[in-house]
Design a protein around this ligand. Structure first.
Ligand code: BTN
Length: 324
């Protein structure tokens, strides 16, 4: 908390030094406490010039996703206005779930610089090293029945694909239901968890992980051939702040479209990014493997598959692999 307040004061006067005495007076703490916090901020990557006579001056901020870095650039009306930021968490999804159970409101977000136990779909892990990528969970409270929750996943995949295109110029592909690929390798994944009763959702946790600045050698060997990052694909560092700012704007926009206009617009955008129709796919769902041709996704986001014996199957959850 005090770090944020010191940063705020330093930001207010970017070209003038602010004395330690002035800071301690304004925050009602000792000068030693100020000095300790400045030392701490430096370990986080803040470049703070110090002059014995004049005091402190902020030279440069690191690409951190703290509220004090994000709030000034946030362009949303409500999403992300309450931001829970952590340097380390087990998983942003589990933190968001607890917060939602305790009454957190729609639009509150949880961000971590590092996840010790980032979770992926179907019990997998999500590799989440510190300070390189984006790990975000958003709490939503849509008034819809549980069977429509998959549409929220599709809408979030569309929003994420839009931001990837906007910030990198590259055209991602969405792989059903919600993997985001560049050059056939996964760059982002979504894990949504719902809390509901039979016919009403209490809340949805929208968990999004995007590989932004990882280099190939940083990925564990098991996923090196199937994963990528925006930096690997563009050859450039991507601003995590800019990505987060843009993602929250796109999510707010697409969620409003979903609530006002229902599934049609979402499904159209999703189909444009997924190009799934007519692809030969192998689907693994609840231990069963099916091979066939993808026909479409239906209005609840389920995959419609035509199997080799000409029968149509509706797949609500699982994984697909494209076949030649
Ligand atoms: C997948 O493709 O398997 C989904 C990966 C989802 C990862 C994100 S990172 C932020 C949020 N917190 C988690 O623990 N998981 C999701």
């Amino acid at each position: 908390m005090m770090d944020e307040e010191i940063l705020q004061l330093l930001r207010e006067s970017p070209s003038v030094f602010l004395s330690g005495e002035e800071i301690s007076r304004r925050l009602k703490v000792s000068r030693t406490a100020v000095w300790k916090r400045i030392a701490h901020l430096r370990t986080l990557g803040y470049e703070i010039e110090a002059s014995t006579r004049l005091g402190y001056r902020l030279i440069q901020s690191p690409d951190l996703l703290t509220p004090s870095e994000i709030k000034p650039i946030l362009k949303t009306k409500w999403m992300g206005k309450t931001m829970h930021h952590f340097h380390t968490l087990d998983s942003t999804n589990s933190k968001a779930y607890q917060l939602a159970l305790n009454g957190a409101e729609e639009g509150e977000v949880v961000i971590a610089e590092f996840q010790e136990k980032g979770s992926g779909r179907l019990g997998r892990q999500w590799f989440s090293p510190p300070l390189l990528n984006l790990y975000l969970s958003v709490i939503l409270r849509p008034k819809i029945p549980p069977h429509r929750a998959s549409l929220i996943t599709l809408m979030a995949a569309v929003a994420t694909a839009d931001v990837i295109k906007k910030l990198s110029g590259l055209l991602p592909l969405i792989k059903w239901p919600n993997d985001i690929l560049l050059r056939d390798r996964k760059v982002a994944g979504l894990l949504n968890e719902i809390h509901s009763e039979t016919d009403q959702i209490h809340f949805v946790i929208l968990g999004i992980g995007v590989n932004l600045n990882m280099e190939e050698k940083m990925f564990p060997e098991e996923i090196r051939a199937i994963a990528t990052s925006l930096r690997m694909e563009t050859g450039q560092m991507i601003s995590r702040k800019a990505f987060l700012q843009s993602l929250l704007s796109e999510l707010e926009k697409w969620y409003a479209i979903f609530l006002k206009q229902g599934s049609t617009v979402i499904l159209k955008a999703w189909r444009d990014w997924a190009q799934i129709e007519g692809r030969r796919v192998e689907v693994t769902s609840f231990g069963e493997t099916l091979v066939g041709m993808a026909v479409d996704v239906d209005s609840d986001g389920a995959l419609i598959l035509e199997t080799e014996d000409g029968k149509r199957k509706r797949v609500v959850a699982g994984d697909i692999e494209y076949k030649r």
